[in-house]
Write a protein that binds this ligand. Structure first.
Ligand code: ADP
Ligand code: MG
Length: 635
């Protein structure tokens, strides 16, 4: 039997630190939470090299008295709880007294602090858990923590750190959430000398949302304020007219502590039932004020999850609050959009859904659409023609993926009729002529003609008594998305590369793709492991011909890394959205006549192409009557 011995204090501290501190962002989290507990109204975080080399958090809170300063770094030393009973109702963000000793165990720390009662401040330096002497220092009321060389003495942990930019992003995301949870506190983030966040701290949550999520998101938010079963729910949710492709903008706080909560997310989404397309999600920033005795925050090492004494009460309160807010918003007018005076376009049908164009739909394949520009390192993929053999020798490595095309289920179900076979060698012009038995439009349906292109972005088309505006990018994106989703049934839209293309990726991305072959399968790419960070791409969907494959593989890898254990159909569907986007013509670039014709043919011939995959309209239709009303010709 190996002999049992008690670990030296320093080793024990380093092990314990692993529980609380796993990356620079967790240090920033603990320091900022301490600042909030200290009643700060202004908190500034500064980071260099993703916080690994240097980070500093400054607050104007109550400070630490000189006689307490050394104690703050002792494990389980806290000013926030005293007795076991106190644990039953925790009102502060910290309570374990573990953060400071853990941070000090794995980095070089310097703290400067002064309370209001003191005329001179104090400074203390701690290196690898060993504290120096507390000395006098001139400083304002509040506290500044400087942390250098994170994990310098724990190489194993150091190895797990991501790129500086990834660590910095994690810190930025954290501060965004803290700023949203505390609109009364002015937050600042300075990243490698550049200020990337500054919230006003005036108590206005919408102002904080504007800074963190952007003015567009903020403009579409509606207020929520309700109380049920002793739970107050307050914040903002998005109008049903502006949904998102993922849940990343669903932010919940319990007594201003950021938490992940399936119960809250389900309650919000259920309140939007039948108001959003399947696969679309509302955005929200909601704080729940609950009696601290009814929540257990001590169930997760990073306190990211909480346990409610009654999940049902929480669900009911959130659901009711959101349902009320949505009903109220429906009664009140939507935010004003720029109007054409004196006539308004608001009365018109923007959706184009009432407009029946070209029944039955005849899906067409645009032969002449431009391809996105290649990055200098990319070689265009080349189709393998019949009778030719791949010039690239096949490596002996086992085949990694063969497209199996899982059908995303958690998204809009779009029925696409069998597309016409695409033949790259077809010399026909892009304005595809239908075979004799296949009219361009239904018999009564009038022919269309392209009037021109507006702002290099919208096609203008007249069709009988109707005037269509087509968003080129949105329409092409939808067309591509429909094709990608149905690749499994349409082998003719896949392409074996004449010369398999080698793509070398950053290690992290390469491993992520090897670990999660389903991400490439979902977008119809077949690749093999070629070793040393390189994948050999053998088969791609036809519509990605000429696209920069490296970028697409990187994007797929990113999804795999983000959702490692949870690659749901809707995550894969999101990947389809962005790949469709990459393969689409760009707005703001004038199209040639054949391109315009091919795009118009696609949209008018396929009724599913009315919205882009993100829900923006691809087609807006005005009738002659609408136009005449605009000019006052009709009463
Ligand atoms: P906890 O937050 O769980 O109490 P910490 O290790 O994070 O434990 O901090 C220990 C103690 O140090 C806190 O209880 C608090 O009294 C004091 N402290 C830490 N940071 C600050 C700060 N920024 N301002 C004032 N006091 C602080
Ligand atoms: Mg703390």
């Amino acid at each position: 039997m190996p002999k049992i011995h008690v670990l030296p204090q320093q080793v024990a501290e380093m092990i314990a630190a692993g529980e609380v501190i796993d990356r620079p962002a967790s240090i920033v989290k603990e320091l900022v939470e301490n600042a909030l507990d200290a009643g700060a109204t202004r908190i500034t975080a500064e980071i260099e090299n993703g916080g690994i080399g240097y980070l500093r958090v400054t607050d104007n809170g109550c400070g630490i008295a000189r006689e307490d300063l050394a104690n703050a770094f002792v494990r389980h030393a806290t000013s926030k709880v005293r007795t076991a009973q106190d644990l039953d109702a925790i009102g502060t963000l910290g309570f374990r007294g573990e953060a400071l000793p853990s941070i000090a165990a794995v980095s070089h720390v310097k703290v400067m602090t002064r309370t209001e009662e003191e005329t001179v401040g104090s400074v203390l330096t701690i290196d690898g858990g060993r504290a120096g002497a507390v000395e006098e220092a001139g400083c304002p009321v509040g506290t500044t923590f400087e942390v250098r060389d994170v994990f310098y003495n724990t190489p194993a942990r150091m190895k797990f750190l991501k790129k500086d930019v990834t660590e910095a992003n994690a810190i930025a995301t954290l501060l965004d959430r803290l700023a949203l949870a505390n609109p009364g506190v002015a937050f600042e983030l300075i990243r490698d000398g550049k200020r990337t966040l500054r919230t006003p701290g005036d108590g206005d949550l919408l102002a904080a949302i504007r800074v963190v999520c952007g003015a567009d998101v903020a403009a579409q938010m509606i207020p929520v304020r309700a109380q049920a079963g002793g739970i107050a729910v307050q914040g903002y949710i998005s109008r049903p007219t502006t949904s998102r492709t993922s849940r990343t903008l669903q932010i919940f706080f319990i007594n201003t502590r950021y938490v992940r909560s399936h119960t809250c997310a389900a309650a919000v989404e259920d309140a939007y039932k039948n108001r959003l397309m399947v696969g679309r999600f509302p955005a929200c920033v909601l704080n729940l004020s609950i009696d601290t005795a009814l929540v257990d925050v001590n169930v997760h090492p990073a306190k990211l999850e909480v346990r409610f004494s009654s999940e049902r009460d929480v669900y009911n309160a959130v659901h009711l609050a959101c349902a009320q807010a949505l009903a109220e918003a429906q009664r009140a007018p939507a935010p004003s959009r720029p109007k054409l005076t004196p006539f308004s376009l608001d009365d018109f049908d923007y959706s184009g859904q009432q407009t029946r164009i070209g029944a039955p739909p005849v899906p067409k394949t645009p032969t002449d659409l431009p391809r996105p520009a290649l990055s200098p390192l990319e070689q265009p993929a080349t189709a393998l023609h019949a009778g030719e053999t791949p010039a690239f020798p096949r490596p002996t490595a086992p085949v990694m993926t063969q497209p199996v095309y899982p059908r995303p289920t958690a998204s809009v179900d779009i029925e696409v009729t069998e597309p016409r076979r695409f033949d790259a060698s077809d010399p026909r012009p892009a304005r595809i002529e239908p075979p004799p038995d296949e009219p361009v439009c239904a018999p009564q349906e009038p022919e269309w003609r392209i009037i021109g292109e507006l702002f290099d972005t919208y096609l203008l088309i007249q069709q009988g008594e109707q005037f269509h505006l087509i968003d080129k990018h949105a329409a092409h994106e939808r067309w591509n998305y429909n094709r990608l989703r149905h690749l499994g049934e349409t082998p003719s839209e896949r392409q074996v590369l004449l010369a398999p293309q080698a793509v070398t990726l950053p290690r992290e991305e390469y491993f992520a793709l090897l670990e999660n072959p389903e991400v490439l399968q979902a977008i119809g790419i077949a690749a093999e492991d070629f070793g040393e960070g390189t994948l050999l791409v053998r088969e791609i969907p036809m519509l990605l011909d000429g696209c920069p494959l490296g970028d697409i593989l990187s994007e797929a890898a990113e999804k795999a890394m983000l959702h490692r254990r949870n690659l749901t159909p809707s995550v894969l569907d999101e990947l389809l959205y962005s790949v469709s986007c990459r393969a689409s013509v760009m707005a703001g670039k004038e199209s040639s006549m054949p391109e315009r014709a091919a795009l118009a043919e696609m949209v008018l011939g396929e009724e599913q192409i009315r919205f882009c995959p993100h829900g923006r309209p691809a087609l807006v239709t005005l009738t002659r009557r609408d136009v005449e009303k605009l000019f006052g010709r009709l009463g």
